[in-house]
Design a protein around this ligand. Structure first.
Ligand SMILES: [Zn+2]
Length: 430
């Protein structure tokens, strides 16, 4: 990467000024070779759709290890066929504090690492195998109505996995793969915040030159910056007691948690961009029992790393303080688990270069791509935070992620495969 830096600032300036003044695209026109690659990708559209249908019909909610493993096996076999050496990276058992009887522990299955060691620029292609839809979700099947595809993960991000695979197949078809230096990392726990795969992503990111994540491109938008994300669990333990006969001997965990929730919710500050959301609350045993345990699961978003650290300290303070009873605090205790699982994605000169190059190539291909910022995180934030310039929205166009309205635009499969093929090809020859 280092040798690129002297020219980057000039290039970035040129791209920005040409974009600002509506001048000609600074990317060279599509070459004959690239036209041929594009035509080949056009010919693969039905195969791409078939693969997307097949993998969408396999439930791969993060906690469904068997389903995620099935997807991992499909992609591992495809990558081996292309000449990649493929290995499994061990998943983890992640323990979370919980009230008795409510199990929030997470058993994450293995991740897939595939490498093709060629020459030159080192590309790290990332995608997640899991979706947010558990086996119990009513939203399980792939359907199609003309150019619109419906199904769990069609946009987030089974569609992106297909785009990534066909990018590599295109290189293989034209004998351009063997000489490229490409690593593929497919994790199985992105939807719970990459709690197991983070270390692998950061490790790989530090040893590559360009990062590519195949999350959805939404309504044809590339994402420039993203907020950081955190998650926190609070488990309050009190003292159970009869709500009639011995009310004053009880210490209600629900009452204490209620005070804490108010404190947590007041951390939201739209002006500074910090938001918290108490998303899940559980507690108590019976109407007529003073609650011995109560728990909350909290989401945090923050624009800067410092704001994340400040929020962590505030969470700890709230956990350690007793609000509800003027009593010996040993009667009420709180266990907290706080994880700033995604740093903010802060644009750099190199990531802006990558973004503008992608956009310029898109323009040559007739794809008008906007640029926007997002409050949502991806694994690209982890990669970029350790220094890898990363573009994180190379996947299919689609909307409604994480809901039973999730949909993707079928024609964007081939479009984005062309885009990512040309992007990697052109970066590799710089
Ligand atoms: Zn996703």
């Amino acid at each position: 990467m280092k040798f690129l830096k002297p020219v980057l600032s000039i290039l970035t300036l040129t791209i920005f000024s040409s974009a600002a003044h509506g001048e000609d695209n600074i990317e060279p026109a599509i070459s004959e070779d690239e036209i041929e690659i594009g035509a080949w990708l056009d010919s693969q559209e039905e195969d791409m759709l078939d693969l997307l249908e097949r993998i969408t019909n396999i439930n791969s909610g993060t906690l469904n290890k068997a389903g995620v493993d099935e997807l991992a096996a499909i992609f591992s076999a495809e990558l081996r066929d292309l000449g990649f050496s493929v290995s499994a990276l061990p998943g983890d058992f992640i323990e979370m504090p919980s009230c008795p009887g409510s199990d929030y522990n997470i058993d994450v299955t293995d991740h897939v690492l595939a490498s093709n060691l060629g020459q030159g620029q080192r590309f790290l292609l990332m995608g997640h195998l899991d979706t947010v839809f558990p086996v119990s979700s009513p939203f399980q099947n792939f359907t199609r109505e003309e150019d619109i595809l419906y199904g769990p993960g069609v946009a987030d991000m089974h569609g992106g996995l297909v785009v990534m695979l066909y990018t590599l197949k295109a290189f293989h078809e034209f004998n351009e793969l063997a000489d490229k230096n490409i690593t593929v990392l497919l994790n199985s726990d992105e939807e719970i915040g990459s709690l197991s795969s983070r270390k692998y992503i950061e490790d790989q990111a530090m040893n590559h030159d360009w990062g590519m994540v195949y999350e959805s491109s939404g309504t044809n938008n590339l994402i420039r910056s993203r907020k950081g994300l955190g998650q926190a669990r609070f488990v309050v333990n009190g003292i159970a007691s009869h709500a009639g006969g011995a009310h004053n001997q009880g210490r209600s965990a629900i009452k204490e948690l209620a005070y804490k929730i108010i404190e947590i919710e007041t951390m939201t500050d739209y002006e500074s961009g910090v938001t918290v959301n108490v998303g899940i609350v559980n507690g108590g045993e019976a109407r007529n029992t003073v609650a011995p345990c109560a728990e909350a699961f909290v989401d945090l978003r923050y624009p800067t790393p410092q704001q994340g650290e400040d929020a962590r300290l505030q969470f700890e303070k709230i956990a350690n303080q007793v609000y509800s009873y003027p009593v010996d605090t040993s009667e009420l205790s709180t266990v907290s688990w706080i994880n700033l699982h995604r740093p903010p994605k802060i644009p750099t000169e190199e990531s802006d270069y990558l973004l503008e190059k992608t956009r310029a190539i898109g323009k040559l291909l007739g794809q008008e791509l906007g640029i926007s910022d997002s409050g949502g995180g991806t694994d690209g934030s982890l990669a970029q935070a350790v220094g890898l310039p990363t573009i994180d929205s190379l996947g299919v166009a689609g909307t409604g992620a994480h809901s039973n309205r999730e949909e993707a635009r079928a024609s964007s499969l081939v479009e984005r495969a062309k885009l990512s093929t040309l992007l990697i090809r052109r970066l590799a020859s710089e």
